[in-house]
Design a protein around this ligand. Structure first.
Ligand SMILES: CC(C)(COP(=O)(O)OP(=O)(O)OC[C@H]1O[C@@H](n2cnc3c(N)ncnc32)[C@H](O)[C@@H]1OP(=O)(O)O)[C@@H](O)C(=O)NCCC(=O)NCCS
Length: 163
C-alpha cells in the first residue's frame, strides 16, 4: 500500500524512534524526548504510515525566537508567549522519499503554524536539507548562538514568514 500521513499516536513513538535512528544517527534522541513533543503539541505531530509501519514523521510546536530546543532534552512546557512556530524534524525513510510526501507534510505544518496565529516558522536544516526547505519557502537566517554545538557546523537555521 502507498504511504499516507496521519496524526501521530502515543503508540507510534517506538516506530518514530526507529526511523529517527536510521535517518539521524548523528542526532540521537531518547524516546521520552520524542514522546514529550507529541504530548505537548499533538496537532503538530504526524506519522507517515505504510503497511502498518512507521516510515516517516513530523514533529513541530510553538516556540520562541532566539533559541532552539536542545537535542535529546525534555522541554518541560511550551513557552507561555511563543513567538514562532518551530519544526523540530521532518524525516522519511529513504525508500519513501522523492514522491512529494515531505512537501505535503511541510504544507500541512505551515497550515498548522498559521492556525496558531504565529507569523513565522523556524527550523534547523541538517543532512543537506537546505535545498528542500528553500523550495518550501524558507530562507537561511542568523541562528541562535550555540547552534553548532548540538547540530554540527553544517546545520543552518531557516525561517519562513507566514502571510
Ligand atoms: C528532506 C526530506 C524530508 C525530503 O523528502 P522528499 O521525499 O525527498 O521530499 P519531496 O519528494 O516532497 O521533495 C520535494 C522537492 O524537494 C526536492 N528535494 C528534496 N530533497 C532535496 C535535496 N536534498 N536537495 C535538493 N532538492 C531536494 C525534490 O527533488 C522535490 O522537488 P520537486 O518538487 O521539483 O519534485 C528527506 O530527504 C529526508 O527525510 N531527509 C532526511 C531527514 C532530514 O534531513 N530532514 C530534514 C531535517 S531539518
Amino acid at each position: 500500500m502507498s504511504a499516507a500521513w496521519r496524526d501521530m499516536r502515543a503508540d507510534d513513538i517506538a516506530g518514530v524512534s526507529a526511523v529517527a535512528a536510521r535517518v539521524h544517527p548523528d542526532f540521537p534522541e531518547r524516546d521520552e524526548v520524542l514522546a514529550e513533543k507529541r504530548s505537548l503539541f499533538p496537532a503538530g505531530c504526524f506519522t507517515l504510515e505504510q503497511d502498518d509501519a512507521v516510515v516517516g514523521y513530523a514533529l513541530s510546536h510553538p516556540w520562541s525566537d532566539g533559541s532552539v530546543p536542545k537535542l535529546d532534552a525534555l522541554i518541560g512546557a511550551l513557552p507561555a508567549a511563543p513567538s514562532l512556530f518551530y519544526i523540530h524534524d521532518l524525516a522519511l525513510l529513504p525508500e519513501t522519499r522523492g514522491a512529494g510526501l515531505a512537501s505535503l507534510a511541510a504544507a500541512r505544518l505551515a497550515e498548522i503554524a498559521a492556525g496558531t496565529g504565529l507569523r513565522r516558522i523556524g527550523l534547523v536544516a541538517v543532512n543537506g536539507s537546505v535545498p528542500f526547505w528553500t523550495r518550501q519557502g524558507y530562507r537561511i537566517a542568523q541562528g541562535p548562538a550555540g547552534l553548532a554545538d548540538g547540530y554540527g557546523e553544517t546545520a543552518r537555521y531557516m525561517l519562513r514568514d507566514l502571510a
